[in-house]
Design a protein around this ligand. Structure first.
Ligand code: F6R
Length: 239
């Protein structure tokens, strides 16, 4: 799964050395990043002129905190490849003014203007980025209160569940959906039901990933466990 997903990203970089990559954190894309690191170290692809925009960042964690998404990206990708760190972008989790933090990141996204590919993971509740289930697809960068389900899911990375930040800044749907291609990476039996709902259920902000049904170029890289429900209910959809 990770190798195939990495190949989708590497193809963009190989065909355009100034590609813009939209990146995600979480456990699912770690293998994808390991493959990119390997191919970069072998001289097969270069990130020297590549730009990146990340989906989200926890509020209140400094970049040096080992659970901040800035730290994650350095640790899993940026510090191992030939990318110019000035070309890498995340929301500023340390900005205590949510309105300003969101406006600033929207400005960054606006200036960069595109993602050639946007990597997405899938939350247990169908979130993409940190866009949690709610009543609307919010277009712009927004300040989200994390749901109990997300806080519990992410508690595995913190000492206690109380240490998980309660809110985050996330890219909104306007910037996610403008990506030329979406790469949705999903792993594990725990995601089987929500993946089926997202791709075959009603399009609703209560299942944020369902909006991807409206995008013309979505590549889904999922392992057998995550694909189980789709295989059962929609065998005709499997390539
Ligand atoms: C992280 C992000 C989240 C994760 C999702 C799945 O940047 O955008 O939407 O992709 O929570 O996380 P994992 O991969 O840890 O199951």
């Amino acid at each position: 799964m990770s190798r195939k997903a990495a190949a989708v990203v590497a193809a963009k970089v190989a065909s355009d050395n100034c590609a813009v990559l939209g990146l995600a954190t979480g456990s699912t894309p770690i293998g994808l990043y390991q493959n990119l690191v390997k191919w970069n170290n072998e001289g097969l692809i270069s990130f020297k002129k590549v730009q990146t925009v990340n989906l989200d960042e926890y509020c209140g964690l400094p970049r040096e905190h080992d659970q901040s998404y800035a730290y994650f990206m350095n640790d899993n990708l940026f510090s191992h490849i030939d990318i110019d760190l000035n070309n890498t972008h995340l929301p500023d989790g340390t900005n205590p003014d949510p309105k300003k933090a969101c406006e600033d990141y929207d400005e960054v996204l606006e200036k960069i203007g595109r993602q050639d590919v946007q990597v997405l993971g899938l939350g247990n509740n169908g979130h993409i980025g940190f866009n949690e289930p709610c009543d609307e697809f919010k277009p712009n960068v927004n300040h989200v209160m994390l749901t109990k389900s997300t806080i519990e899911a992410n508690a595995r990375f913190f000492e206690t569940v109380d240490d998980v930040p309660k809110s985050a800044y996330t890219m909104g749907f306007k910037a996610i959906m403008r990506a030329k291609q979406i790469l949705l990476v999903v792993s594990g039996a725990g995601k089987a039901e929500i993946l089926e709902k997202a791709l075959f259920g009603p399009i609703t902000p209560q299942v944020p990933a369902s909006i991807l049904q409206l995008h013309g170029d979505v590549v889904v890289c999922a392992d057998d466990e995550a694909m189980a429900k789709i295989k059962e209910l929609h065998p005709e959809a499997i390539l």
